[in-house]
Write a protein that binds this ligand. Structure first.
Ligand code: GLV
Ligand code: MG
Length: 322
């Protein structure tokens, strides 16, 4: 299901956007050419070059040119190439988009918009991208949008944000800004706030984001884990959102990439089992000359719902190259 393209001037796109794996989403400061160069050779599914919080205000305008050079030079392989611009409440957003898309729009997959609070903020970016694509002769609608949910208002509006434009490919949780915005009494991003011992303090937020993403066929991406040397902690926290159905997580350090790729891929045994279910169901269906109800696969009863669950695991496995 795609969102209706209700706003005149936003860009229609025929068919669903391609599903590109984003198990590991590597953050790289756009002001650091050395780190950008190194990122090209790493195994992250997505690299996003940051113009927002990883770049000091004084370095932001210079970083735009560094990013344009890095994108146009190439060498990114199959990675999703994304730039995180500054949010609409700053003075930089339009300049970030103008310079990055104007200079490297043909070598760029997505713009990440942080601190999204309303659907209108997504529409504004969509309109700007449409004009730039037209002005520079790029394929209309090819640049996607990733929307970061980082405060209470954004979460309240997350369904409308997911539906705001066909360009939206992913909804991303920004836990650090989010925790600050709701006054959560913790300084350790992603870990449970001390004193809250009755469950997972993030469950509600993660589920809201996941439901919006699934309702509108978007990816759901978990945010950063700041203890970058604690790969075990990263894996533990990532496993929670992966278990719910999230598609990937930010990584802040090369040491977190393999863990993310593993946690957000299906286990080999689950992938194999899913393929077996699909084969068995297809076989029984064709034997019956069309649709058929529940059938047995060994000791397990499978039906149309099992087939759908198997399709999800199989699609994630294939996207991960299994
Ligand atoms: C990421 O941007 C975060 O605020 O966690
Ligand atoms: Mg943030």
């Amino acid at each position: 299901m795609s969102a209706p393209n209700a706003t005149p001037g936003t860009t229609p796109r025929t068919g669903p956007r391609p599903l590109r794996a984003r198990r590991s989403n590597l953050a790289v400061p756009g002001s650091n050419p050395k780190m950008i160069e190194k990122a090209k050779g790493l195994a992250a599914d997505q690299v996003f070059l940051d113009l927002e919080d990883a770049v000091a205000p004084i370095a932001k305008e210079g970083a735009r040119a560094t990013i344009v050079a890095a994108l146009t030079e190439g060498g990114w392989g199959n990675k999703v190439r994304t730039v995180r611009v500054n949010d609409w409440t700053t003075k930089w957003t339009f300049g970030d988009v103008l310079e990055v898309v104007g200079g490297a729009g043909a070598d760029l997959d997505c713009i990440m918009l942080p601190k999204v609070q309303t659907a209108e903020q997504v529409v504004a970016l969509d309109l700007l991208l449409t004009q730039l694509e037209t002005a520079h002769g790029f394929e209309p609608g090819r640049i996607g949008i990733e929307a970061q949910i980082e405060n209470a208002l954004g979460l309240t509006n997350v369904n409308a944000i997911a539906a705001a434009s066909p360009r939206v490919e992913a909804i991303i949780f920004g836990p650090a800004d989010f925790m600050a915005s709701i006054n959560m009494k913790s300084l350790v991003v992603g870990e449970q706030p001390p004193g809250y011992d009755v469950g997972d303090a993030y469950h509600y937020i993660l589920m809201q984001i996941l439901m919006a993403a699934r309702a509108y066929d978007k990816l759901a991406i978990d945010g950063p884990y700041l203890q970058i040397r604690d790969v075990e902690g990263f894996t533990r926290v990532a496993s929670r959102s992966a278990a719910l159905g999230f598609d990937g997580k930010w990584v802040l350090h090369p040491g977190q990439i393999d863990a993310a790729n593993e946690v957000y891929s299906p286990r080999q045994e689950d992938y194999d089992h899913a393929e077996n279910i699909l084969d068995a169901y297809a076989h029984f269906t064709s034997e019956a000359g069309g649709a058929r109800g529940a059938v047995m696969l060994g000791d397990e009863m499978i039906d149309e719902a099992s087939r759908k669950m198997a399709l999800v695991i199989s699609a994630k496995g294939r996207a991960a190259g299994m």
